[in-house]
Design a binder for this molecule. Structure first.
Ligand code: FES
Length: 105
């Protein structure tokens, strides 16, 4: 566990703070600490269960969307600001970021 703090609101509106280390995969951090149902495809861009929404003030903090992730986000028809957390590697710049789990059940 690292010292990069991530604030997460789950589907029930409950807030969590999780800590991660640089190089960790965001989906794995969220799955292990907040929602065990995340990431059922293991990050292969085929399930959409790792969907998160980022507060707009933090959106520039996340790494750029790859073409493959953009294609999956289009297929899921998600709202602006949503990302697939399996495609995001933890970096020090993410410290303090606020996210909401956005998977539809
Ligand atoms: S874990 Fe399946 S799309 Fe991200």
């Amino acid at each position: 566990m690292g010292d990069i703090g991530i604030h997460v609101t789950d589907q029930q509106g409950q807030r969590h703070q999780v800590n991660a280390a640089p190089g960790d995969n965001l989906m794995e951090v969220l799955r292990d600490n907040v929602d065990v149902l995340m990431g059922i495809c293991g990050g292969m861009l085929s399930c959409g269960t790792c969907l998160i929404r980022c507060e707009e003030k933090h959106s520039g903090t996340l790494p750029a969307v790859s073409d493959d992730e953009a294609e999956m986000l289009d297929a899921l028809e998600v709202a602006q600001g949503c990302r697939l957390s399996c495609q995001i590697e933890i970096e020090p710049s993410l410290d303090g970021i606020e996210l909401t789990l956005a998977r539809e059940d």
